[in-house]
Design a protein around this ligand. Structure first.
Ligand SMILES: [Fe+2]
Length: 380
């Protein structure tokens, strides 16, 4: 609707100058794109005393997940969250894969939280390092070959269509990054076999596995041409927008857009300095998206404390989240947000696996409210 109403006590513009004694609650459709009203409430909507049901904010420590690929070169990543459009996995490979992977279920984005090595692919070898997003199109043969023992990938699998880039609108060609920095490999076919051996390709389709065996290395491509390939970019090269005058919505930092979900990279940025700009995000119940955030480093401006690297939070659509009680004060003490966080916003509800539950912090929901009593008896 083009029309807009303003009833009762409001600020002059959303995200600025909350009226005395109120907090701002953003009630919007389509993430931060659609029709929206800002509601000025006299209590934080996260000041709950208790929650019964599935929609409580959740957090888990993904560093406690132990996928089989951590101890076995033939192992596989461990799934933690999933819906029909997107599955999230943890991979902690220490040794080179003993097989070649071909995912026929979807494109993969490997976010390298920690590690260094090479992803050998049909298109050529792609070196990886901490902070890389390595994008592997559906159907590509590949093998991860670490150089160091400690590797930690958050794998984002796009199940209903390709990984693409969001429309840049009025940002132009160089925000949030120059496409020229996307790195694609040169072909490097495996050398001829010196002794007979068997090569295994493991194909995944509808989460069922087929194994194909050859007596030659499947990475035998001597050249390629086209616009479908593996590529990578590193988060340190992202140059997202910032504003001195207003708090920009998360979607401003979107890196990838896929059917049914977005991948957003929160990155270092200066805090707003305009006197009436509110540095913390408004409360919101984001009714059209479940929100997942993986902490690579630092913390969001909506938190007064670091959750710890490797933390995965899930804020389901429908229930509020927003600044925790001490975040307002904490944001005033800093000039910048120094953090890299990977945010996956999904349209369909996400389900969590036993691996997620096993590493979960049962008290996370209580950190939003100074009225909630945690399982351990403490308060925010
Ligand atoms: Fe959010």
């Amino acid at each position: 609707m083009e029309i807009r109403f303003a009833k009762g006590v409001t600020s002059r513009q959303g995200r600025t100058g909350w009226p005395e004694g109120t907090v701002e609650d953003e009630h919007g459709r389509g993430g931060f794109f659609g029709e929206v009203s800002m509601l000025y409430r006299s209590h934080p909507p996260t000041r709950w005393t208790r929650i019964e049901g599935d929609l409580k904010p959740r957090a888990m420590n993904s560093l406690r997940v132990q996928p089989t690929d951590q101890i076995d070169p033939a192992g596989i990543p461990e799934r933690i969250l999933h819906n029909p459009d997107v599955h999230l996995y943890v991979s902690r490979r220490r040794e080179p894969m003993s097989y070649y992977m071909r995912n026929a279920d979807g494109d993969e984005i490997h976010f390298v939280h920690e590690g260094r090595g090479t992803v050998e692919t049909d298109y050529g070898p792609l070196p990886y390092e901490t902070g890389d997003y390595v994008v592997i199109p559906k159907g590509t043969n590949y093998r991860v070959v670490p150089d160091v023992p400690d590797n930690f990938f958050l794998i984002i699998e796009s199940r209903t269509g390709p990984v693409g880039f969001p429309d840049r609108g009025m940002f132009g060609q160089h925000v949030p990054f120059d496409f020229a920095l996307l790195h694609a490999p040169d072909p490097q076919p495996a050398p001829p076999e010196t002794e007979p051996r068997e090569y295994e390709i493991r194909i995944k389709r509808a989460d069922r596995w087929t194994r194909v065996y050859h007596d030659f290395c499947p990475l035998d491509v001597v050249g390629w041409t086209g616009n479908l390939c593996v590529y990578k970019l590193n988060v340190r090269d992202l140059r997202g927008p910032s504003s001195d005058r207003t708090h920009l919505p998360p979607v401003s930092y979107a890196t990838f857009q896929c059917p049914g979900f977005w991948v957003v990279t929160f990155q270092p940025k200066p805090f707003e300095t305009a006197p009436d700009a509110v540095r913390v995000p408004s409360y919101h119940r984001n009714v059209d998206y479940d929100e997942v955030i993986f902490t690579h480093s630092g913390r969001l401006m909506s938190r007064s404390e670091e959750l710890g690297t490797g933390t995965v939070t899930l804020h389901p659509a429908g229930i509020h989240h927003g600044p925790n009680p001490k975040a307002f004060e904490a944001a005033e003490k800093l000039d910048r947000m120094e953090a890299y966080l990977v945010n996956v916003d999904s349209e369909k509800p996400l389900a969590w696996t036993q691996a997620f539950i096993d590493a979960e912090d049962p008290d996370y929901w209580a950190t939003f409210s100074d009225q909630a009593v945690r399982v351990d008896g403490g308060r925010a």
